[in-house]
Design a protein around this ligand. Structure first.
Ligand SMILES: Nc1ncnc2c1ncn2[C@@H]1O[C@H](COP(=O)(O)OP(=O)(O)OP(=O)(O)O)[C@@H](O)[C@H]1O
Length: 328
């Protein structure tokens, strides 16, 4: 692994509560990500993926705080004042959101929105920045880029808006790009193209990519490493290939069983029964124990520790070996 660009140690995110311990939403997350590497964060809705992404760029909602350590190139981000964090965000860390319309200014031409970031973060004049914006639109495969640069967001399709969002994020040539469900709202062919564009920047510019998705298929297609989150806890991590071919956590096996290729017609063959538990009522033992097909009594009383197997592979399950061999 390259020297890590991003190092997160024991990050916890909680709703602040006056005079007492906060209500934890994300607990004890550690990860490393090097230049030119891709890490997928996967889990069902409500597992804490977006909070992790927002925590890294320091954009947590009001009333939610974080503790632990987030270092970018050795610089600790959590204690940074807003002004300093703002410089890191945008210039060194870019972010793409699921619904680009929320991140785009509806009354500003898209070319100018991209150019604005270039002027702001790279100190280039407006004329050059506008030219660069057209080049970026071309790079993210917007046809007739010079003409489209003069369009407003509502004049573009959903896929084109997402490409503009990517162009804005790439304008500052970030070292790290965090993409939160960047393709969820798009059809499959556009989805594939967007993932290819991101991959080009990882391979050609050494950009690090943290890709958040509820879809293991998207993660499998794009990320060398994967972290599986459930109810705010890290359940499994490792090379994507190994996590998918030899899942050690029953939760990962459940996600795999629910992949679309296992569907017949419109009917899903398997989905994990039940829902992600609420954070105010987490089970006392393993967070997945209520829904786990492999649980034994201990799982409901004992909080499993994180177990590392080396080479970045780890799992949070006391039955990792037994349950995996029983599942065949
Ligand atoms: N502003 C907030 N106030 C209180 N709870 C919040 C807030 N934002 C998120 N949460 C809670 O934190 C948990 C994790 O949310 P998060 O958005 O990170 O999940 P997610 O895995 O990204 O889900 P999705 O795939 O649906 O976006 C959820 O239970 C959510 O209700």
């Amino acid at each position: 692994m390259n020297a890590p660009l991003l190092e997160i140690d024991n990050l916890s995110i909680a709703i602040d509560r006056p005079g007492g311990a906060g209500l934890p939403l994300l607990t004890d997350i550690s990860l490393q990500l090097g230049r030119g590497e891709t890490l997928g964060i996967v889990g069902e809705s409500g597992s804490g993926k977006s909070l992790l992404a927002l925590g890294v760029i320091g954009l947590l909602p009001e009333g939610i705080g974080s503790s632990g350590s987030i270092r970018l190139d050795g610089t600790e981000l959590l204690p940074l004042a807003d002004d300093d964090l703002c410089k890191v965000r945008g210039r060194r860390i870019g972010m793409i959101f699921q619904e680009p319309m929320t991140a785009l200014n509806p009354v500003m031409k898209v070319g100018d929105q991209i150019a604005e970031g270039i002027v702001w973060h790279r100190g280039v004049g407006w004329c050059d920045a506008r030219r660069d914006a057209v080049r970026l639109l071309d790079q993210v495969r917007i046809p007739d880029a010079a003409i489209r640069a003069k369009s407003y967001p509502h004049e573009l399709s959903g896929g084109q808006r997402q490409r503009v969002g990517i162009a804005i994020a790439l304008a500052s040539k970030p070292d790290l790009l965090i993409a939160d469900e960047p393709t969820t709202a798009l059809d499959v062919s556009v989805q594939k193209e967007i993932l290819e564009i991101l991959d080009e920047h990882v391979r050609n510019d050494g950009m690090a990519l943290m890709l958040v998705s509820h879809d293991l298929g998207v993660i499998a297609a794009s990320c060398r490493r994967t972290m599986v989150l459930y109810a705010g806890a890290r359940m499994e991590e490792g090379l994507t290939e190994e996590v998918l071919s030899d899942p050690r956590s029953p939760y990962t096996r459940g996600l795999l069983a629910a992949l679309p290729q296992r569907r017949i017609g419109d009917r899903r063959l398997a989905a994990i029964p039940g829902n992600v538990p609420g954070f105010a009522a987490l089970p006392p033992g393993c967070r997945f124990s209520d829904r786990c097909p492999d649980r034994i009594e201990r799982c409901q009383t004992e909080l499993p520790a994180w177990r590392s197997f080396g080479n970045g592979r780890g799992v949070r399950c006391i039955r990792a070996e037994t349950a995996a061999s029983e599942a065949g």
